[in-house]
Design a protein around this ligand. Structure first.
Ligand code: HAX
Length: 438
């Protein structure tokens, strides 16, 4: 058994025993009550699922196994030869085991993912059969689903698998999937925007560095650092967001990791969720086009924001279902830009937006969180390094998000989590309930 699997097994078994004991003693304890506004309002805030890898505080933002983003930037190993940004491999180790990895653990995981990164031939053929202008998220989803033929969970389940062992092939599927995703994503990028001129992997590089290399956007070393940071920041945001929850819901039916992740990616592809990263830059490009300058004034940005709102549209990259402060993932990207990038019109537009948009949204009197989220900044950084094809941005998000949701799926299997099945009601039921209870 490999070292990560061994550690995961040890932690998961201990947590399983603890969870069962808590459940036995406190199973009837009330942890939440549901208001009608939550039943009608997208179940906001209802404490209804267990998810181990990260937790979101409305004020403070995301913590991965208790560590904030600034702490992770200090504590996770970086690339050899002077890298300064955390390696996503380290975050995956942390999410799966609850322990910070050593340098050696992270190098080992990079090697593992290299060895597991071969994509089935039929997946490439499947991609090649799609029209080249198919949205990259659709291509990505189809590619992930097509690799289901290699699921170890599906095979072992069909052969007859003891439920205490569900976690084992799920771990194998998760590791294989994550290992392959950068190659799949780079293949989609190069076929969609660079005439299928593919770039061979550089096996001397780590997972994120090699992904940056295969995308072929630029040889600039800072680009690799950005991709490592990007893949770390987008990995997880507790369990209730649409991509994580969809992955967990589909996984709870014992659909394997490929099918579960494909479902989660479809949720990520919605404009209120992950697709917001493409919507932001599309909106910024249109603003620059409409105003006629790449250096708009604050007043020009305000006017454009007000026009967007007057047209009944949302301001992409702003607002959040849980957060009530600027997203620390936005802040981390702003710090990256401050450190690595001297002057950039597109980044300045994003920063000026941060100065004026929150007050406009507050003025509407209904927006619960007027602050920027992760998607407000990411596109400007990508454009700066030369990746202007914004339809691809959500695929980058998806490669990263796979780490969180697949670690979450491994935990769900190890803890024996059951089929999800919340209760729905009809409006007639609600009216009757209100009549009988008011
Ligand atoms: N611009 C304009 N109006 C906004 C807004 C924004 N950025 N954010 C919220 N509102 C509006 C809502 O549309 C809603 O209006 P109605 O009552 O007329 O329907 C009202 O304010 C209350 O919404 P809320 O309670 O503050 O926010 P929700 O929890 O319902 O929705 C969203 C959260 C993220 C979907 C929302 O803020 C939004 O649409 N933002 C823009 C899209 C976006 O950036 N999405 C990415 C979010 C982060 C993420 O998942 N990344 O992957």
């Amino acid at each position: 058994m490999d070292r990560l699997k061994e550690k995961f097994k040890e932690k998961a078994l201990a947590t399983f025993t603890e969870m069962r004991a808590v459940l036995k003693e406190h199973g009837d304890t009330v942890v939440d009550q549901v208001k009608l506004s939550q039943t009608f309002g997208g179940m906001r805030g209802v404490k209804s699922m267990l998810y181990e890898t990260s937790r979101l505080d409305p004020q403070e933002g995301i913590r991965f196994r208790g560590y904030s983003i600034p702490e992770l930037k200090e504590l996770l190993p970086c690339a050899e030869n002077g890298g300064k940004e955390p390696l996503p491999e380290g975050l995956f180790w942390l999410m799966l085991t609850g322990e910070l990895p050593t340098e050696d653990d992270v190098r080992w995981l990079s090697e593992q993912w290299k060895r597991r990164s071969v994509i089935p031939e039929h997946t490439l053929k499947t991609l090649d059969a799609l029209p080249v202008d198919t949205h990259p998220m659709t291509q990505f989803n189809i590619a992930v689903a097509s690799m289901q033929t290699t699921s170890q969970f599906a095979k072992r389940y069909a052969d007859g698998l003891n439920k205490t062992e569900y976690w084992d092939p799920t771990y194998e599927d998760a590791m294989n999937l994550i290992a392959r995703l950068p190659r799949v994503a780079a293949y989609i990028y190069r076929r969609s925007y660079h005439n299928g001129d593919h770039i061979a992997p550089d096996i001397s590089l780590d997972w994120g560095g090699n992904f940056a290399h295969m995308l072929g956007v630029t040889d600039n070393g800072d680009w690799k650092e950005l991709v490592r940071l990007y893949l770390t920041l987008h990995a997880d945001h507790e369990g209730g967001n649409a991509s994580a929850h969809t992955t967990m819901l589909v996984g709870s039916a014992l659909s394997d990791a490929y099918l579960s992740l494909a479902a989660g990616l479809n949720a990520l592809a919605g404009p209120l969720h992950g697709l917001a990263n493409q919507e932001v830059i599309k909106w910024v490009f249109r603003m620059i086009d409409t105003i006629g300058t790449s250096q708009p004034t604050e007043q020009q940005i305000k006017d454009y924001v007000n026009n967007t709102l007057a047209a009944g549209k949302v301001i992409p990259g702003y607002g959040h279902a849980v957060l009530r402060q600027p997203d620390p993932r936005f802040v981390a990207q702003r710090e990256f830009a401050r450190e690595y990038i001297k002057d950039s019109d597109i980044i300045n537009v994003v920063w000026k937006g941060f100065d004026v948009i929150p007050d406009i949204l507050k003025g509407l009197g209904k927006v619960k969180n007027p602050w920027p989220n992760v998607d407000a900044h990411s596109g400007a950084l990508l454009v700066h390094y030369g990746m202007k094809e914004y339809s691809f941005y959500t695929v980058l998000f998806g490669v990263s998000r796979a780490m969180g949701v697949l670690a979450g799926l491994c935990w769900a299997r190890a803890l024996g989590q059951p089929l999800e099945r919340p209760k729905s009601v009809t409006l007639d039921w609600v009216k009757e309930y209100l009549e009988n209870n008011s």
